[in-house]
Ligand binder design. Structure first.
Ligand code: F6P
Length: 523
């Protein structure tokens, strides 16, 4: 089989890029290398020339196309990022729908399908990523492509009730039936997506698969992970390097403790609310003033979308106000840095921060949470404060789980994290580390591809509303167990996996928070 990956953006790797590229890109490239493959999508360039350009790297072909200005406006900025992005993150108030944007979105999907269809071979397995490309499989099917096609939705999938506010949502959801496998981050997302197919499109769900017309589609949660070992090594190496942002940061902090947040500048990440919570923490605990600082790294993102420009302005305003109100002549409580740093620099900064503050208002998974854990010094780890609305919270129940809408709760969690005894920090860190290590990025890629290749999907992976599934042996679980066994601490791995799969801390917390048990991820 040859693997064909399709994503909105495609970055063609430099020959020496591997050490700095993100985990997902590296894992997909490795899967492509293994099977021989094609990676297709937008070059990231806006231009008049829209011909396909092909570049060969090893046994992977990268085929990219530019977008026209009109396509970028309607498909990328418009429908993808002003309609789908906010509604999928439960932000109805920010959702802006324009028919012309929707037409542009369909148009780009149609064009991608036209260009891709000519390159597909009979034995190809096609893996499409992200919300920009939901209708792509339906367009490929219309052109006669009969290969197995999978979709992975990296962001949350909201309830049917929320999604119906989007005009044409039923038409869009119906196109999912063209896939053989739809993967999402959490069981809640899976259930919501099945509900949408059933309630908006009249699909039938038999507890295993969704049937719509002549098609059958499996829907299933695959929580994405990181390359834990690679990131751990990066963090350890970063601490040893001489001239790094880490050293400069440490020198500027002196004896003070560091709380860190790292996010794209996106309203879903809760950056403004986080700054306010840090301000609240300093107001509630004046004895901590001068002893700790918040470093928020927030590289700008999608700045042509008005809501992002507004967030840029607001975050400056809030940080400025809090610094003016709470700072001293020799201490600035909050530093917001709006630029991107290398992964090595970030890994080192995570390692030296006593608290990782990951408080999105809603997030598909949130890999910063996992990277923060991976980067810690096992002998003296920091504490992760994590939003219950990040998909990662369903796995990482040993973090301090908070409601990001509750400024006081987040402020108290910061206080608890800073005061936590070392023994408890180590206990929590070890539990978290086992989980992220047992469900890393390579495990994720392998599970997804096994399922896409047609290995049977067990009933509990797609639960009908109101029915929590039993845990049976599945190809993915077997793969997860294999992955766990092949790591450096096999016994601990398997203990961690077993605990996570039964009634681990994540499950307790989700239930205690009033959520159904299906919210708990078991891998
Ligand atoms: O998962 C959401 C996502 O679209 C990723 O695919 C992407 O890397 C990230 O957000 C940044 O988005 P953009 O490509 O719009 O800068």
């Amino acid at each position: 089989m040859r693997l064909v990956v399709v994503s909105n953006r495609v970055t063609i790797p430099d020959r020496h890029e591997k050490a700095t590229a993100g985990g997902l890109a590296v894992a997909l490239r490795e899967a492509l290398e293994r099977h021989g493959g094609l990676w297709f999508g937008w070059s990231g360039v806006v231009g008049a020339a829209r011909q396909l350009r092909e570049t060969q790297r090893g046994n992977v072909t990268y085929a990219v196309t530019d977008l026209s200005e009109a396509e970028r406006e309607s498909y990328y900025l418009g429908f993808s990022n002003r309609a789908l992005w906010p509604i999928m993150h439960y932000r109805l108030g920010l959702t802006e729908f324009q028919r012309s944007d929707y037409m542009g979105y369909l148009g780009v999907n149609r064009r991608f399908a036209r260009e891709l269809a000519g390159m597909i071979r009979p034995d190809d397995v096609i893996w499409i990523h992200d919300y920009h490309l939901i209708p792509l499989a339906a367009e490929l099917r219309r052109r006669g492509v009969t290969n197995r096609i999978g979709y992975f939705h990296h962001i949350p999938w909201p309830s049917a009730d929320t999604l119906t506010a989007l005009p044409f949502s039923a038409t869009l959801v119906r196109t999912l039936a063209a896939y053989d496998l739809v993967g999402v981050q959490t069981r809640l997302d899976a259930r919501n997506l099945v509900d949408c197919l059933v309630m908006l499109c009249g699909a039938k769900f038999d507890g295993r698969r969704v049937r719509l017309g002549l098609r059958e589609t499996a829907v299933r949660a695959f929580p994405i992970g990181i390359d834990v070992e690679a990131f751990r090594r990066l963090a350890a190496a970063s601490v040893r390097q001489a001239a790094t942002p880490l050293r400069a940061t440490r020198e500027s902090l002196g004896e003070r403790k560091l709380v860190i947040g790292v996010d794209r500048l996106d309203y879903s990440k809760g950056i403004v609310q986080r700054l306010e919570a840090f301000g609240q923490f300093l107001r509630s605990h004046p004895e901590e003033r001068g002893r700790v600082g918040l470093l928020q790294i927030a590289p700008p993102s999608r700045s042509d979308v008005p809501e992002y420009a507004e967030l840029d302005r607001m975050s400056d305003e809030v940080a400025g106000r809090l610094n003016a109100q709470l700072g001293e002549f020799d201490w600035t409580p909050i530093r917001v840095v709006k630029k991107a740093y290398s992964r090595t620099a970030l890994a080192g900064l995570y390692r030296s921060a006593q608290v990782g503050l990951v408080t999105p208002m809603r997030d598909g998974m949130n890999l910063v949470a996992k990277e923060y854990v991976a980067a810690q010094n096992p002998a003296d780890p920091g504490v992760l404060v994590l939003s219950r609305f990040a998909g990662a919270a369903q796995q990482l129940g040993e973090a301090l789980i908070v409601n990001p809408y509750d400024t006081h709760e987040v402020a108290e969690a910061i206080r608890t994290a800073l005061a936590m005894p070392k023994s408890e920090r180590i206990r929590r860190f070890e539990a978290l580390y086992q989980i992220i290590e047992a469900s890393g990025i390579h495990w994720w890629t392998r599970c997804y591809l096994e399922a896409l290749a047609g290995e049977p999907v067990a009933a509990e992976d797609v639960e009908p509303p109101g029915k929590a599934g039993a845990k049976a042996e599945t190809p993915a679980r077997r793969a997860g167990a294999r992955s766990a066994r092949s790591t450096t601490r096999p016994a601990a791995q398997e203990r961690g996996e077993a605990r996570d799969a039964s009634a681990g801390p994540g499950r307790k917390r989700a239930s205690a928070a009033g959520e159904a048990s299906h919210l708990t991820l078991v891998r």
